[in-house]
Design a protein around this ligand. Structure first.
Ligand SMILES: CC(C)(COP(=O)(O)OP(=O)(O)OC[C@H]1O[C@@H](n2cnc3c(N)ncnc32)[C@H](O)[C@@H]1OP(=O)(O)O)[C@@H](O)C(=O)NCCC(=O)NCCS
Length: 134
């Protein structure tokens, strides 16, 4: 599943609403037996420390809990893992246009059984018909 924008009104951020929305997405992925969820996360507060950290180093600080980003840190806390930096993701001054690809792996995902298609026998091939039951 690709996760498009999740927004909580600024007056209500930090009260668990965004977390519940993320958990509902996890539940949806579990019910549909999806491998997981991917998204692009804006590092909204990166501009504050961009003179000291590259985007990759910034993310390492967030993962270690030494810095807090008002977007990505919350997603990390809910179980998303940062994968790689995406430059020029969108025009957003706070993140200097960077985003981070994030992924949540569904621990309940079960790969479907492979479907075995029987090879037609010579007689049905000669007859030109298809006797393959799919
Ligand atoms: C990102 C966003 C959706 C999160 O919604 P929210 O309601 O603020 O998030 P929550 O209050 O549920 O917090 C999520 C987690 O971060 C933690 N958290 C929130 N504020 C925190 C803070 N100041 N310090 C440390 N942890 C914090 C919460 O405890 C929660 O983790 P938990 O469930 O383990 O306790 C919201 O901040 C938002 O709309 N941001 C602007 C739009 C945006 O950037 N959307 C994402 C686009 S990719």
């Amino acid at each position: 599943m690709y996760g498009v924008e999740t927004l909580v009104h600024p007056d209500y951020q930090g009260y668990g609403i965004g977390g519940v929305l993320m958990e509902r997405r996890f539940e949806c992925a579990r019910q549909l037996n999806l491998r997981g969820i991917v998204g692009g996360s804006l590092i909204k507060d990166y501009h504050k420390v961009a003179d000291r950290f590259t985007p990759d180093a910034y993310v390492a600080e967030l993962v270690a809990g030494r810095l807090f980003d008002s977007n990505l840190s919350k997603q990390i806390k809910k179980g998303f893992k940062p994968l790689n930096t995406i430059p020029n993701y969108t025009e957003y001054p706070g993140s200097l246009n960077y985003a981070i690809a994030i992924v949540w792996d569904n621990p309940a995902y079960r790969a479907p059984e492979p479907k075995i298609i029987p090879f037609p026998d010579a007689e049905s091939l000669r007859a030109g018909g298809s006797s393959i039951a799919l």
